[in-house]
Design a protein around this ligand. Structure first.
Ligand SMILES: Nc1ncnc2c1ncn2[C@@H]1O[C@H](COP(=O)(O)OP(=O)(O)O)[C@@H](O)[C@H]1O
Ligand SMILES: [Mg+2]
Length: 261
């Protein structure tokens, strides 16, 4: 059995690329503490992937890495065990998570958050929404479908030249509509940053903060999500009426059930 540390960044693709090596060394120290390495090796032993190849993205709350399994790829998202995930959460979301986690420390909350992202990805996949299919999770490590090619991970929508905004709008309405009508979830952090573009189609990511469509905050969050995209579409020269966008995705069914209804 390979040592846990050998599962991460094992291949030096180009020996001369020392700068990248140094960068990866830093990420190795930042993300792969002892507990995380053990979680990674447990998931590898379960056969979810062979090795973690290289970083795709690293942020304050966590990092996303490409992993390989044979000739296939996986995406591995690792949350930092710290309070940074929760610093930006509105109080309603944190309360909900605390109830779910029954945890008093950040570790427990981060594990619950990771599990939550996995569960929501599953629910969205079942509803036919184009998201990365969840593959497994353990502690602060989430394994999911890799969106991209051997050449690289799919770009974010905000970095893609869009020549047909009408088709993009149709795709967005399709995905957000299934999210609301079939999965009964509102994403809550939708933007061209949390949307990838792959094979001519949008793929929604970063779903952990999603709330049920009946949640008291759901309507406000949905309107904000749609506004982010209206602005984006507007900059592409495609103007959408907010009321029309809301109606198209089934937004009138979002919000707390009426008293006595
Ligand atoms: N399944 C995936 N396949 C390929 N790249 C991904 C995948 N999930 C995330 N990424 C990349 O990692 C970045 C960060 O992921 P995200 O889930 O948005 O985490 P956060 O915003 O919390 O750091 C994305 O912008 C994208 O570039
Ligand atoms: Mg994100």
């Amino acid at each position: 059995m390979p040592r846990a540390a050998d599962l991460v960044f094992p291949r030096r693709e180009r020996v001369e690329d020392r700068r990248r090596d140094a960068g990866q060394r830093k990420l190795l120290d930042e993300f792969f503490d002892h507990g995380t390495l053990l979680a990674v090796s447990r998931l590898a032993n379960q056969g979810l992937f062979d090795v973690v190849d290289h970083p795709i993205s690293s942020g304050k709350e966590g990092g996303v890495f490409r992993a390989s399994k044979g000739t296939e790829f996986r995406a591995v998202k690792i949350y930092r065990i710290s309070n940074t995930v929760f610093r930006h959460l509105p109080p309603y979301a944190l309360d909900e998570l605390r109830r779910e986690a029954s945890a008093r420390n950040y570790g427990g909350l981060v594990f619950a958050w990771t599990r939550r992202e996995h569960t929501i990805l599953g629910r969205l996949t079942d509803a036919g929404v184009r998201v990365p299919r969840p593959i497994g999770h353990y502690r602060n490590v989430l394994v999911m479908e890799y969106i991209g090619t051997a050449e690289g991970a799919a770009p974010r929508l905000k970095d893609v030249p869009v020549d047909d905004p009408a088709t993009l709008y149709e795709q967005l309405v399709g995905e957000f509509g299934r999210m609301i009508r079939q999965a009964r979830l509102v994403h809550g952090d939708l933007s061209p940053y949390n949307t990838l573009y792959h094979d001519g189609h949008v793929v929604v990511i970063d779903v952990a903060q999603s709330v049920r469509a009946e949640h008291p905050e759901a309507r406000r969050l949905l309107e904000r999500d749609l506004q982010n995209f209206s602005r984006f579409l507007g900059r592409l020269g495609y103007d959408v009426e907010p009321a029309e966008f809301l109606r198209a995705v089934g937004g009138e069914t979002v919000g707390p059930p009426h008293e006595g209804a």
